[in-house]
Design a binder for this molecule. Structure first.
Ligand SMILES: *[C@@H]1O[C@H](CO)[C@@H](O)[C@H](O)[C@H]1NC(C)=O
Ligand SMILES: *[C@@H]1O[C@H](CO)[C@@H](O)[C@H](O)[C@H]1NC(C)=O
Ligand SMILES: *[C@@H]1O[C@H](CO)[C@@H](O)[C@H](O)[C@H]1NC(C)=O
Ligand SMILES: *[C@@H]1O[C@H](CO)[C@@H](O)[C@H](O)[C@H]1NC(C)=O
Ligand SMILES: *[C@@H]1O[C@H](CO)[C@@H](O)[C@H](O)[C@H]1NC(C)=O
Ligand SMILES: *[C@@H]1O[C@H](CO)[C@@H](O)[C@H](O)[C@H]1NC(C)=O
Ligand SMILES: *[C@@H]1O[C@H](CO)[C@@H](O)[C@H](O)[C@H]1NC(C)=O
Length: 523
């Protein structure tokens, strides 16, 4: 002890006051830096791994490139759409889950499916999905690969109806398979009704040359800046004054243009041909007004509009593998027998889970399992959201699924429950209208929007039958879901309300881990 002290004293003697001040100062600065670094790390978006670039860039409807829209429309529009909207013919219904207290209005069958108008409810299976107008173009990819009716609910506050109609009308003149699609509209009741552009607005959007922003043009920001700089450098002393005059005039003109109409101008979409072009950057009313997207209202609406017993509630970017719809119907017939099937029976408390995968950038979406497995082996595909949200889509039996050889049928592989350790699983599945509704108070931006529905199914002891022989795939899209802290909090608060309600309605089951879902965080 005394020896230690002696050593200490020997050293402390060298630490004069000046040294210790410096030491303290350095220590202080270091601590502050470390704390700040840690803080920054926690609160920043962690950089996503850079996408590897291939020679193929997915864009929906690319197979229609070079094709021009024809004279005839393959769709059956109602209520005077797409060029008018006759409100006297419309009955606005409430959203399915919330009912009469609903903040949202629904217009069913704005577009009616022609192909499946008279098909019986057991002879087809519906692809049910929802979209905001800028994602609507993805429906052609579904129409291409889904042998059955497609029910889409589109969110159309204010002039977003006009954007949706511009896109739909264009597609309906482009692609005969659009005759499979039925479209339903939903919108918040507290703001102006969905509307189409006035003639004046159309004229204005046609006459104003859109200023090329780096979003709408093909150039990126640095390229655009370089061009401008070069332009400017090329000016001589004489022309410079002229240039500045012109720039000033342009700016004033642009400012004047905004004055007559108070709101933003509904965009006019220019289609070069039948393929899409940068539609995801369209300035929708929803984006301009920073509205959240009530995704579950859309799911419920499209689901309620389905005219078949079985449907698959999917996300519009998920493309089905070859013959998924027909193979599924065949399987149901085999499992149930003709007699029961024809009398409209469904399996009680049973849903059929479809595995989801995503491919890396530069890869085409696989059409069959053999190709998919090749891609997974070569690290060109993974199960959906493996990197963003590993627990969301990892399904029981994943490894077995991957090892099973390809067969030309869809068949049940195993029966799972959505219980620990799969208590945070949010699968897509074939189901019926017997399943609980999706919680309409949760929004897309707040994440984990399917969670409460899954919990309710767990409380009802649902069987989740994992299917082999079919899957859905998602292309790599250069898109990062913007989740906002505020919306996450909002969903979290709603989540607790829903849990309270579930607890009253059902006996708790330990395996469902009700409390776990409150971690509304993807990572
Ligand atoms: C489209 O309609 C115009 C006039 O109605 C006609 O001249 C033209 O041939 C039609 N085009 C096609 C591809 O049917
Ligand atoms: C709207 O529909 C009603 C009822 O069918 C009809 O009387 C009316 O003329 C229509 N209005 C327009 C502008 O088409
Ligand atoms: C489902 O849609 C029909 C109209 O197609 C409507 O009458 C019914 O009320 C809707 N159900 C719910 C729960 O909203
Ligand atoms: C559906 O049935 C109606 C009346 O029964 C008929 O007019 C219509 O042509 C049928 N549509 C299709 C696509 O078969
Ligand atoms: C912008 O485009 C140029 C070529 O078109 C490319 O070399 C550059 O990397 C791009 N910059 C960004 C930030 O994408
Ligand atoms: C600027 O001038 C150079 C040489 O004079 C020419 O090569 C270039 O194309 C000019 N750039 C623009 C944007 O006019
Ligand atoms: C422009 O004017 C500046 C000074 O005002 C002069 O130094 C420069 O040489 C002039 N450049 C040209 C191209 O005339």
């Amino acid at each position: 002890m005394s020896r230690c002290l002696r050593i200490f004293r020997a050293y402390s003697f060298r630490f004069t006051r000046r040294h210790s001040t410096i030491f303290l100062g350095v220590f202080f600065i270091l601590s502050v830096t470390i704390i700040l670094q840690l803080y920054a790390y926690r609160h920043h978006e962690h950089p996503h791994p850079p996408p590897s670039v291939g020679d193929f860039n997915y864009s929906p409807g690319a197979f229609l490139r070079g094709k021009q829209p024809g004279n005839i429309s393959y769709c059956l529009f109602n209520y005077g759409l797409p060029h008018g909207l006759n409100w006297s013919k419309i009955s606005v219904l409430p959203s399915p889950e919330t009912g009469s207290r609903s903040e949202y209005g629904v217009i069913y069958n704005a577009v009616q499916s022609i192909t499946y108008m008279n098909v019986s409810k057991v002879d087809a299976v519906t692809y049910v999905t929802q979209a905001t107008p800028e994602f609507l173009y993805h429906v052609v990819e579904i129409a291409k690969f889904w042998d059955g009716p497609i029910s889409v609910a589109v969110f159309v506050p204010d002039y977003d109806l006009d954007i949706a109609m511009q896109i739909l009308n264009h597609l309906c003149h482009c692609y005969p398979m659009m005759a499979k699609v039925s479209v339903h509209l939903f919108f918040p009741k507290r703001i102006t009704k969905p509307r189409l552009r006035t003639l004046q607005e159309i004229q204005m959007s046609l006459t104003t040359v859109p200023t090329p922003t780096f979003e709408s043009s093909n150039l990126n920001a640095s390229e655009l800046f370089k061009r401008k700089l070069e332009n400017y450098r090329n000016l001589t002393n004489n022309t410079r004054a002229e240039y500045i005059q012109k720039a000033r005039k342009n700016k004033i003109e642009r400012m004047m243009m905004r004055i007559p109409n108070t709101g933003p101008l509904p965009p006019h979409i220019k289609f070069e041909d039948c393929s899409s072009s940068g539609l995801e950057n369209v300035q929708t009313y929803r984006k301009v007004k920073l509205m959240t997207y009530p995704i579950n209202v859309g799911r419920n609406v499209a689901r309620n509009a389905s005219t078949t017993n079985y449907f698959l509630v999917s996300d519009i970017e998920m493309v089905p593998s070859n013959g998924l719809a027909t193979k599924f119907l065949k399987m149901i017939r085999k499992l149930m027998g003709d007699e029961k099937r024809d009398s409209g029976c469904v399996f009680v408390k049973t849903v059929f889970v479809v595995p989801l995968f995503e491919v890396v950038r530069g890869e085409q979406i696989p059409r069959n399992k053999r190709k998919l497995i090749q891609m997974i082996t070569a690290n060109r595909a993974t199960y959906f959201h493996q990197h963003v949200c590993p627990h969301c889509q990892r399904f029981p039996g994943l490894q077995t699924w991957l090892l099973r050889p390809e067969r030309d049928v869809v068949e049940p592989m195993l029966i799972a429950r959505r219980e620990y350790p799969y208590h945070r699983w949010e699968p897509l599945y074939f189901g019926t209208n017997k399943e609980p509704w999706y919680s309409e108070s949760l929004c897309w931006e707040g994440l984990q929007d399917k969670m409460t529905q899954m919990l309710e199914m767990c409380l009802q002891e649902y069987r989740m039958v994992v299917l082999d022989g079919g899957f859905l795939s998602h292309a790599a899209m250069p898109r990062i879901k913007k989740h906002r802290k505020r919306d996450e909090k909002q969903n979290s608060a709603q989540y607790w309300k829903i849990i309270e309600w579930l607890k009253k309605k059902y006996d708790d089951r330990q395996e469902c881990k009700l409390m776990w879902g409150s971690r509304l965080k993807n990572k």
